[in-house]
Structures are given as C-alpha cells and as structure tokens.
Design a protein around this ligand. Sequence first.
Ligand SMILES: *[C@@H]1O[C@H](CO)[C@@H](O)[C@H](O)[C@H]1NC(C)=O
Ligand SMILES: *[C@@H]1O[C@H](CO)[C@@H](O)[C@H](O)[C@H]1NC(C)=O
Length: 217
Amino acid sequence: MSNKLILLISFVALTFGCLTLAYEPKPLQDFCVADPNSSVKVNGLACKNPTQVQADDFFFSGLHLVGNTSNPFGSKVTPVFATQLPGLNTLGISMVRIDYAPWGINPPHTHPRATEILTVIEGTLQVGFVTSNPGNNLITKVLQKGDVFVFPVGLVHFQRNIGTGYAVAIAGLSSQNPGAITIANAVFGANPPVPGDVLTKAFQVDKSVVDLLQSKF
Ligand SMILES: *[C@@H]1O[C@H](CO)[C@@H](O)[C@H](O)[C@H]1NC(C)=O
Ligand SMILES: *[C@@H]1O[C@H](CO)[C@@H](O)[C@H](O)[C@H]1NC(C)=O
C-alpha cells in the first residue's frame, strides 16, 4: 500500500472514531447496570456490583400496554430508558412506545442527546422535522404500518395521527437518556417564566398573546 492510501485510511478511521465518540462514550466493560441507590454522581449512573447483576437488570416488561392518551395532546410516550431498564446504563441506546388517539399529536420537541428511529406498528402517522437555521425546512412524510422514519439528533420533530383509529409507534433512540425538550412547554411554561417582553419580541406578538400562551403551560 502506498503511504498516501495508508494516510487516507487512517484519516477515515480517525474521523469515524471521533464521530462515535461525539455521542455516548464507548463502554469500558461488558455492562454497567445502573445502581439506583448509589449516591455517586457520574456522567450516567453508577454501576451496580457486577457480581450481583441478574437477568432482570436487563429486562423490562410492559410495552404491550396501551398508553393513556386522555390528555390535551392525545398521545402518550412510554419510555424504556436507563431509569426503567438499569442494564441500559452506558450502552447508548433506548426505546419508547408511543400511543396516539385519533388526531392526537406528539407535539414538537427535540431530544438533545439522541437520534430517533421510529416505526409505525398500527395506524397512519404524519411525521416531520425542521432543519436548523437558516432555512428551517420542514421535512415531512405520511407513514403507514411498517414504515420507518428517522429524526436526526437535536432537531425539532413531531408526529400526528391522521388515521381514523388509534395509532401506535415504537422508536429506538441513540442514548440511554435521550432527554426531551417540548418546545411549547420550554418556551411558555418555563419555571420561573421567561420574561414576557423577551417572548413578545421573539414571537413578534402582543403581550396578551404571550400571556394567553403562558397560561396554557
Ligand atoms: C436499593 O435500596 C432499596 C432499599 O434499601 C432496596 O430495597 C433495593 O433492593 C436496592 N436496589 C438495588 C438495585 O440495590
Ligand atoms: C387516563 O388519564 C385520565 C387523565 O389523567 C384519567 O382521568 C383516566 O382515569 C386515565 N385512564 C386510565 C384507564 O388510567
């Protein structure tokens, strides 16, 4: 092999290595089952003694249960994160079930730490995400049962049930603890509130509109 080729291969390997590291750190051991009782504060959750690990630490039961969608959005997310499944700690992966009432929405939100890949199990969903500034292009699609869509890490995205019945989706997320920032709640429901004059100027509306929106969250 020529030196140039070796250099190119090293560069590519280094680039992809760094991309991996840009998300969750690579585990340094087989597993690190979360110990909910540990008072140690680390990036993630402290490990349970590996000699005391059991099969149930890698197990979660309940994703067959229908989420309660009786809420203003008409949707319910059932998470399986490291908190619910301690064996996920340090593994950089998790999943959710999402139930939607007819015309229910999973409102615009972002996951600061995860890309999300979603598949429709039942029903018809309109899904979409918006690209970063400038541009803010809406990328949207109607999904039927069995269709798969990906929401890139950090981007604002939503789903809406546009079928006549209930809809169900399962999604995988590239973090043990993806985090969720629901835009409306974060902006209009902050505690303490974001000052009204910041929001009137940001949204270019009257104070009464901001007051109304803040009263809803
Ligand atoms: C955490 O502590 C509680 C109460 O002492 C105990 O019942 C539980 O088994 C402990 N959990 C683990 C994973 O050690
Ligand atoms: C669903 O949630 C609503 C609103 O919180 C509640 O009133 C209702 O009892 C719940 N239904 C079930 C079956 O848990």
